[in-house]
Write a protein that binds this ligand. Structure first.
Ligand SMILES: [Zn+2]
Length: 113
C-alpha cells in the first residue's frame, strides 16, 4: 500500500527530529497533501496509526491539510490554481499548463510534548 510507505517516510523524519531535539512524544503531526498526490486520506490515517506504533508519535493525531494544485500557463504566463491536472487555464482557457505544485506530501509541523 502506497500510504504505508509514505507513513514510513514520515516516521523516519519524526524520529530524526526526535533524536536531534530531544523530543519525548509527538502529540500531533500536520501534513500538507497536494491535490494530485493521489493520497487517499482514510488509508493514510489508518497507515499512520499502524506505522507510528512503538515510535515517539504513537497515538499522535494526524492532521491533513489540502493543498491546491498549481500550474504555470504558457499561453498567458500566469500561475493558476487548477483542480484537475488536465484542466484548461482558468484565466485564458489555454491548454499549455505545466503543473508546479500539487504532487507533494510533506510534514508541515509537529506538536510535541
Ligand atoms: Zn492561461
Amino acid at each position: 500500500m502506497h500510504e504505508m510507505s509514505l507513513c514510513e517516510g514520515i516516521r523516519t523524519v519524526i524520529e530524526d527530529q526526535a533524536r536531534s531535539h530531544d523530543i519525548k512524544a509527538v502529540r500531533r503531526v500536520r501534513v500538507e497533501i497536494g491535490r494530485f498526490s493521489g493520497v487517499e486520506k482514510s488509508a493514510l490515517e489508518f497507515a499512520f496509526d499502524v506505522v507510528m506504533r512503538g515510535s515517539v508519535a504513537q497515538g499522535a493525531t494526524l492532521e491533513m491539510i489540502d493543498m491546491p494544485g498549481r500550474a504555470m500557463c504558457y499561453d498567458c504566463m500566469h500561475e493558476v490554481e487548477i483542480d484537475d491536472r488536465l484542466a484548461p487555464c482558468p484565466d485564458c482557457g489555454g491548454g499549455k499548463l505545466m503543473p508546479v505544485a500539487g504532487d507533494e506530501l510533506r510534514i508541515k509541523d509537529l506538536e510535541v510534548i
